[in-house]
Design a protein around this ligand. Structure first.
Ligand code: ADP
Length: 629
């Protein structure tokens, strides 16, 4: 039993293939995690790094509280089950299961207890005296599981264990593995390319593509709230319907126009308040997604619906409990060319449609998905990043949300009207009354919708009181003011990037016996200034390289404005300005042509010496663009 922590894990193969990029995840004890994605997306590589079968190029992997980057597989308290179960043909099933324990010189009676217990759990007790060739594929896979179970590992790793089995057996083994997980109460990590397997087995699923995590979430959330078109298309059968189009807000209505089709939907804006507003201009190309079950041909639903589209039926597939109706929302379509207007509709029971028949379909607008056509990211995110508001600046007052806020000196802009981008994290404690009108739990935090003088805003915070009210203010260092498409006021940068190299020096030291001896001292040279490197950071630096290459590489060291102290010695920077946000002050400094922001308690001018806190540093290797610390 163990939790796992994967921080900024990378795998770069010697031939330069970047198989895994910046993999970050916390896995809780007893979770059943599934890595899923198309072939070559990096799921096996990630699993093999956890197993210790593949070296980790950069990043930190913890099993329990132990950093295991440097540990041999046998010392990691894991067991792995592969697709190819590779049983020893000349040994009995009993010996196949016992073999690993025998090699480890576990006492005989202990081996016997564990083998019999595992066989019992897996229902293969009657086969213990048989040889593998006398068993079916499913039974052999059970033996392979048995071999893993008897090791009583903290973490079970399974790499496509069912892909050699036929479809029926696979479905059966799937539920057996889920049961096994419940019985063993151990953390499971399971790799598959099959989304159905992922959806039916995982408590949480990691969807990967091209070495990147596309989303980590529960099966239900992946299905309901895909963060991008890739996840939306990968999860669910039949695949989500995607249409190209534009969306235009007109007062309190929104018009959804489908490209290459006469179809259009007009829906109340209240159904689409989370859409990033600049997509509502009728110009930006968007991808509109509806799942087959969110479109209905039921005449009653069509009658009641405000969102009806005509569909020309091409053919149907009767699956018993439901019928899949294939059609086109382009009534002039020729059924053959893929125009991006094709649609698949799930219709209950058996229903006959003529080919070429035009039917009316009701789209469930509450189940719409919208993506940027180019980036493919959701533009209707579950948690919006910003509240998009209008505001007026006059003197040191900012008017928005039906009230006025004092503008701190750090914000400088002309009087006038602006677009205000207020991050959902930027609502702080303050004096403006807000009413909580909604609360959605999203991965551990609360997404509140607030009514402030009749305007709705979202916030991620615990500001709400039990009576459903909140007193809010604005954290001005997070805001953006925009006019004519240009950012006039930008948020305070939270990352300062400095150039660095890594060095070793030999320094003389007295040992306990009073003898002089030489000791290696490791430092970063950051913008020309030597800063001693803490042991923990050093360990990560060495873990990322083999040999001396660590010293001949350029790095970017990242610090937040809170990670510097101003001292007598340190990196020299020239103060070029001060940002006073009333509750906090920051120095704007110039350092070798770069801008650096530093939190300060007192006003300062001229030159400062900055001492960065290397315990909180992030280090990026410039060559491979990988985060080492
Ligand atoms: P998956 O398990 O998702 O199918 P893998 O983790 O096996 O993907 O592979 C991820 C990527 O790394 C692929 O592009 C693959 O070609 C590459 N790769 C895997 N093993 C090696 C290796 N030993 N050397 C170089 N490239 C590799």
């Amino acid at each position: 039993m163990a939790n796992l922590s994967l921080k900024h894990i990378y795998k770069v193969y010697p031939n330069g293939t970047k198989a895994v990029n910046d993999f970050n995840m916390q896995i809780e004890d007893k979770e059943f995690i599934v890595f899923v994605g198309p072939s070559g997306c990096g799921k096996s590589t990630t699993l093999r790094m956890i197993a210790g079968l593949e070296e980790i190029s950069a990043g930190e992997l913890k099993i329990g509280d132990v950093v295991v980057n440097g540990l041999e597989p046998k010392d990691r308290d894991i067991a792995m089950v592969f697709q190819n179960y590779a049983l020893y043909p000349h040994m009995t099933i009993y010996d196949n299961i016992a073999f690993g324990l025998q090699m480890r010189k576990v006492p005989k009676d202990e081996i016997d207890r564990r083998v019999r217990e595992a066989a019992e759990i897996l229902g293969i007790t009657d086969y213990l005296k048989k040889k593998p060739k006398e068993m079916s594929g499913g039974q052999r896979q059970r033996v392979a599981l048995g071999r893993a179970i008897v090791r009583e590992p903290k973490v079970m790793l399974l790499d496509e264990p069912l892909s050699n089995l036929d479809a029926k057996l696979r479905t059966q083994m799937r539920s057996e593995i889920v049961k096994l997980h419940k019985k063993l109460q151990t953390t499971f990590i399971y790799v598959t390319h099959d989304q159905v397997e992922a959806m039916t087995m995982g408590t949480r699923i990691v969807v990967m593509k091209d070495g990147f995590i596309k989303q980590i979430d529960t099966p239900k959330n992946l299905y309901k709230y895909p963060a991008n078109k890739f996840v939306a298309g990968f999860i669910g059968t039949p695949q989500m319907n995607f249409f190209e189009g534009t969306i235009l807000k007109d007062g309190d209505r929104v018009c959804i126009n489908f490209a290459n089709s006469q179809a259009r939907l007009t829906v109340p804006y209240s159904a689409l308040t989370k859409v990033i507003p600049h997509y509502l201009d009728g110009e930006h190309k968007v991808t509109i997604g509806f799942r087959a079950e969110d479109i209905s041909l039921d005449p009653v639903k069509v009658e009641q619906s405000q969102a009806v589209v005509k569909v020309k039926v091409s053919h149907t597939e009767e699956l018993g409990t439901e019928t899949l109706v294939y059609g086109d929302i382009n009534l002039d379509g020729d059924d053959f060319t893929d125009t991006g207007t094709r649609v698949i509709i799930k219709s209950g029971g058996f229903k006959e449609y003529e080919s070429g028949e035009v039917v009316e379909a009701a789209f469930d607008i509450g189940a719409i998905h919208l993506f940027d056509s180019e980036t493919e990211e959701s533009i209707l995110p579950r948690v919006p990043e910003y509240n998009y508001l209008n505001c007026t600046v006059s003197g040191n007052k900012l008017r928005t949300l039906g009230t006025e806020f004092d503008i701190p000196p750090a914000i400088s802009c002309d009087d006038g009207e602006y677009e205000l981008l207020l991050p959902v994290t930027a609502l702080a404690n303050g004096e403006t009354k807000a009413k909580v009108i909604g609360c959605e739990k999203v991965s551990g935090s609360n997404l509140l919708s607030l009514d402030i003088n009749g305007v709705m805003v979202f916030t991620i915070s615990d500001l709400a009181q039990s009576n459903g009210e909140a007193n809010i203010g604005i954290d001005f260092k997070q805001i953006t003011l925009r006019r004519g498409g240009e950012n006039v006021v930008q948020p305070l940068p939270l990352v300062n990037s400095l150039d660095a190299t890594f060095i070793m020096e030999k320094v003389a030291e007295m040992d306990e016996m009073g003898k002089r001896k030489k000791k290696a001292l490791y430092s970063f040279v950051i913008e020309g200034e030597k800063c001693v490197c803490p042991d923990e950071v050093c360990a990560k630096m060495f873990a990322a390289f083999s040999g001396r290459k660590v010293f001949n590489t350029s790095y970017t060291c990242e610090f937040s404005p809170y990670d510097f102290t101003v001292g007598e010695s340190g990196i020299t920077a020239t103060i070029v300005g001060e940002l006073d946000y009333s509750s906090e002050r920051f120095l704007k400094c110039s350092l070798n042509g770069k801008e650096v922001y530093v939190r300060t308690d007192k006003p300062l001018t001229g030159e400062v010496k900055l001492i960065p806190d290397l315990n909180t540093v992030s280090v990026i290797e410039k060559d491979r663009q990988i985060r080492i610390v």
